[in-house]
Design a protein around this ligand. Structure first.
Ligand SMILES: O=C1O[C@H](COP(=O)(O)O)[C@@H](O)[C@H](O)[C@H]1O
Length: 220
């Protein structure tokens, strides 16, 4: 397991922003565009805040999402909205911004999103729930077995649909970074490290884990 530990969630945000910057610059030496897939939940907030003050060639960055809730872009639950309000709205420029249309039928949203995705993602961000889910691939759901690039996934525990990258799509990305903070994730993380084989997130191939001290507290 490749991982880095930061003292606080804020320090993790700065560390992740440093890594973003070096991958961005390295990629742009080879190609015209840097393609990023953002995750949802609350953890990326510190990354967004650390990134937005930086002077970078933002017009060459394209933004995508690895999952979305079945809500419109104005909803407080929208993964797009958090990224927009905390990062994109603060940048002086941006390349393409392609959000998942969470307000339409989830199967149609998944179908359409698969069509607009670029050939490959340079940097895919993910988080991990305290049930071991990643993106919107929750334990015991049909989406775990989905093939193709994007899937609509019903989550019985939440009584709702989600739209999510499949594991196939996640594992095609050139770089995958998993950002995890908080004591409530520590025991799941220890099981993931021990390859317990019970958590969906274990199916992500060789990600770089960026952890805060609390999340890492049970790693031997
Ligand atoms: O439902 C979701 O949860 C995970 C983890 O969220 P966090 O708030 O614990 O960081 C997130 O990565 C995923 O994108 C989101 O839709």
């Amino acid at each position: 397991m490749r991982y880095e530990v930061f003292e606080t969630p804020e320090a993790l945000g700065q560390g992740a922003a440093d890594l973003f910057e070096s991958l961005l610059l390295a990629t742009l030496r080879e190609r015209d565009r840097f393609r990023v897939a953002l995750s949802g939940g609350s953890t990326p907030l510190h990354l967004y805040r650390a990134l937005r003050g930086r002077e970078l060639p933002w017009e060459r960055v394209e933004w995508y999402w690895s999952d979305e809730r079945t809500v419109g872009p104005d909803s407080k639950d929208s993964n797009y909205r958090l990224a927009h309000d905390e990062l994109l709205a603060h940048l002086p420029a941006s390349g393409r911004v392609e959000r998942i249309p969470g307000e339409i039928d989830p199967h149609e949203a998944a179908r359409r999103y698969a069509e607009v995705l670029p050939e490959s993602i340079d940097l895919c961000y993910l988080g991990m729930g305290d049930d071991g889910h990643t993106a919107s691939l929750f334990p015991g759901t049909e989406g775990l077995a989905a093939t193709g690039r994007v899937t609509a996934n019903f989550v019985p525990r939440l009584g709702t649909w989600r739209v999510s990258f499949t594991f196939e799509e996640i594992n095609r990305a050139h770089n995958v970074q998993l950002l995890v903070t908080g004591q409530n994730k520590a025991s799941v993380l220890a099981e993931v490290r021990a390859h317990a084989g019970k958590h969906p997130v274990e199916r992500v191939k060789d990600p770089l884990w960026l952890l805060d001290r609390e999340a890492a507290s049970q790693l031997a």
